[in-house]
Design a protein around this ligand. Structure first.
Ligand code: 0WD
Length: 260
């Protein structure tokens, strides 16, 4: 069931070696899956080439495509390139999010129209957009598994998460609607709700260290979640071992979400 031979996955959202997407890529590589990466800016591409060099021989020279998810043109071009480079995808890991830092602290209601639209566009709409484009291009294998990353702030109020929390709520809801729509074709759609992990994006959230401290003090496991733990759960969800799971949001957060 955990056989990843001849299976190919698109990984979106590796900014650097701390990125959750990179943690997932490393675990998939260990499991024997073939990888293809997408990046949003040319400068991320260079870093990605260097990172990939540390992967197994299968992925050392993994193909890469440009895809700034705010651009319909980029999405169309990326899908065409993916079709040429790999033909079929057995899954997609969407690990992309953005919100204007000015609205990740203080009062939520201060958010302006443009920042709201941008956060929802990059962090929620992009998952739907890439899936639709991949499906229309007949890029998705039968039983493909699609995965996105979310956070508890989408379900409840977490101090400072504000605008991103609203975007994550939209993302989590889209996971359910997409799962329902694509289920009849065998395609599964799930989310991992990760505990706070110190990455580039996390630095933008006000008082980030405080949320990690809360996890250490109150989560059942009394420690912060590691990127490896998110990676191994992703491998499971992307594999046929999870064939009965869709529309789900699995918390990989040391159990923090059960604490009131
Ligand atoms: O504590 C955390 N770090 C948690 C993160 C806890 C729970 C969930 N998450 C989520 C994030 O909200 C996000 O959805 O995990 C996902 C990945 O976040 P990360 O690994 O913490 O962040 P980072 O390493 O900064 O990666 C975010 C990626 C970057 O990749 P690229 O390849 O573009 O450098 O999102 C990318 C960002 O640049 N991104 C975009 N990618 C395509 N098009 C865009 C865009 N327009 N904007 C941002």
């Amino acid at each position: 069931h955990l056989n990843f031979e001849n299976k190919t996955y698109l990984i979106m959202g590796v900014a650097n070696k701390r990125s959750i997407a990179w943690g997932i890529a490393q675990e998939l590589d260990k499991a024997g899956a073939k990888l293809i990466f997408s990046y949003s800016k040319e400068r991320s591409a260079k870093g990605l080439v260097k990172l990939a060099a540390d992967l197994s021989d299968l992925n050392k020279e993994a193909p890469m495509v440009k895809c700034d998810v705010t651009s319909d043109e980029d999405i169309t071009t990326a899908v065409t390139e993916l079709k040429e480079k790999v033909g079929t995808l057995n899954g997609i890991v969407h690990s992309v999010a953005f919100a204007n830092k000015d609205f990740l602290g203080d009062d939520y209601s201060a958010v302006d129209r443009a920042s709201f639209a941008q956060a929802l566009d990059i962090s929620a709409y992009s998952f739907t957009a890439i899936i639709r484009a991949a499906k229309l291009a007949d890029l998705l294998a039968e039983n493909a598994s699609l995965l996105t990353l979310t956070y508890l702030g989408g379900e409840r109020v977490i101090q400072n998460y504000n605008l991103m929390g609203v975007a994550k709520a939209a993302l989590e809801s889209s996971v359910r609607y997409l799962a329902s729509e694509y289920g009849p074709t065998g395609v599964r759609v799930n989310a991992i709700s990760a505990g706070p992990i110190r990455t580039l994006s996390a630095r933008g959230v006000g008082n980030f260290s405080e949320s990690q401290k809360m996890v250490e003090e109150r989560a059942p496991l009394r420690r912060v979640t590691t990127v490896e733990e998110v990676g191994t759960t992703a491998v499971f969800l992307l594999s046929d071992m999870a064939s009965g799971i869709t529309g789900e949001n699995i918390h990989v957060d040391s159990g923090y979400h059960i604490i009131g």
